[in-house]
Design a protein around this ligand. Structure first.
Ligand SMILES: Cc1ncc(COP(=O)(O)O)c(C=O)c1O
Length: 391
């Protein structure tokens, strides 16, 4: 039997990160072992205390049945107290927090709870692909806002045409920004929220990288500026290297959280309770997060310096696990990624074109994204090769 698959699925280009996985496998089959900076998946083990809590959780919930859709009461209370400690914001664990199976599914599915066909979603370019794909699957219309270096990689609110703002229902902000690694100043967050309120648009703040920052001050949450019309997407994937556990949450405006919860009861059956036990342990401990920040910072410093010594524009992230490295003048992201893949550098990076339509359309210099996930020794080897090779 030949199954054609849906029109919507066919219309999508291959998921960029899957294509990178394929390329790495291909090179490995040829006997090469390039260092993989492609996918943003931490290689650091899940913290020991978290692993132990998960193991205990398996016994504790040995006949637990389906977990609650919105997370256990214990989990939601832990999220509320972390949010209070970290951002000084009080959340009602019953009405204003809902667990997710990691942020990706939540981001992809969220538009289904909000959009009618043809409604507009404002989203950053470059940006996390599920913002666009979730919009398309919900039959919405993405409106991309370019992030340019000269504007601090922040969406230009004045550039949104009035008729687009009037039809927009969701505005995605990645804060701190991925892949550009910038932290928005509080004044920008306030302007963004005022813009969303003025046009009755949901301010959807993706804060997956809020804990991986390098400056003296921790990034703020959009929730610090009020929760009316605001929803934050959080995740333990990067904060606690728990990508494989699939656990996060949405928090904010109770009306929006309630719509999301209703949607979710139709899509999934909740985060496993033993994983939620691991999340409780992760949220209680900040020392592993500080250690992780230090490791990412060491790798960031090495590679940022190496690129600068090789004659590339200095591209230093303030946060996230990525370097969004500008290509040497005249080179596209794809060409730059191909250069970096050549021995002796032999590094797999993600060409900017995979997460952005900007370089091709706007004639900007290209970018590559490096996820700082390989072990430090491999980063050192690659950094040496970059600095010595030049561009
Ligand atoms: C910007 C951004 N948001 C959200 C996520 C989702 O993370 P997860 O689904 O693991 O929680 C990622 C993952 O790479 C990301 O880069």
């Amino acid at each position: 039997m030949k199954i054609a698959g849906s029109r919507r699925l066919h219309e999508l280009s291959a998921y960029a990160f899957a294509a990178i996985d394929e390329r790495v496998a291909q090179l490995r089959r040829q006997g090469l072992s390039p260092v993989d900076f492609g996918v943003g998946d931490p290689t650091i083990p899940i913290p020991e205390a978290v692993r132990a809590a998960i193991c205990r959780g398996v016994e504790r919930h040995k006949s637990a049945g389906y977990p609650p859709y919105n997370g256990s009461a214990e989990f939601r209370r832990a999220v509320a107290s972390w949010t209070k400690r970290r951002f000084g914001v009080e959340l009602d664990p019953d009405q204003e927090i809902c667990s997710t199976i990691g942020s990706k599914e939540a981001i992809f599915n969220f538009p289904e709870a909000i959009l009618d066909p043809g409604d507009v979603v404002l989203l950053p370019d470059p940006g996390y692909p599920p913002y666009e794909r979730g919009t398309l699957f919900a039959e919405g219309r993405p409106h991309f806002l370019p992030l340019r270096a000269e504007r601090g990689f922040l969406p230009d609110l004045d550039s949104v045409p009035a008729e687009i703002a009037a039809r927009a229902k969701i505005f995605w902000l990645t804060h701190p920004n991925s892949p550009a690694g910038r932290v928005a100043p509080p004044s920008y967050l306030e302007e963004w929220l005022a813009f969303c309120r003025e046009h009755s648009i949901i301010a959807a703040s993706d804060e997956a990288y809020s804990e991986i920052y390098f400056g003296p001050e921790a990034p703020h949450s959009a929730l610090e500026y009020g929760r009316d019309g605001v929803v934050v997407f959080q995740s333990l994937s990067k904060r606690s290297a728990m990508t494989g556990c699939r656990v996060g949450w949405v928090a904010g405006d109770r009306g929006i959280v309630s719509l999301f919860r209703k949607l979710k009861t139709n899509i999934d059956s909740g985060t496993p309770l033993f994983i939620q036990d691991g999340a409780l342990a992760a949220l209680e401990d900040e020392s592993h997060v500080a250690q992780m920040r230090a490791e990412y910072r060491a790798k960031r410093d090495l590679l940022v310096d190496a690129f600068a010594r090789a004659g590339c524009p200095r591209s230093e992230p303030e946060a996230t696990i990525y370097i969004w490295q500008r290509a040497p003048k005249g080179m596209s992201g794809i060409e730059f990624a191909q250069r970096l893949l050549e021995p002796p550098i032999a590094a797999v990076t993600l060409p900017g074109e995979a997460v952005s339509r900007l370089p091709a359309s706007a004639g900007d210099a290209g970018y590559v994204r490096l996820a700082l996930v390989p072990p430090l020794a491999e980063c050192q080897r690659v950094a040496r090769a970059i600095a010595e090779g030049g561009f």
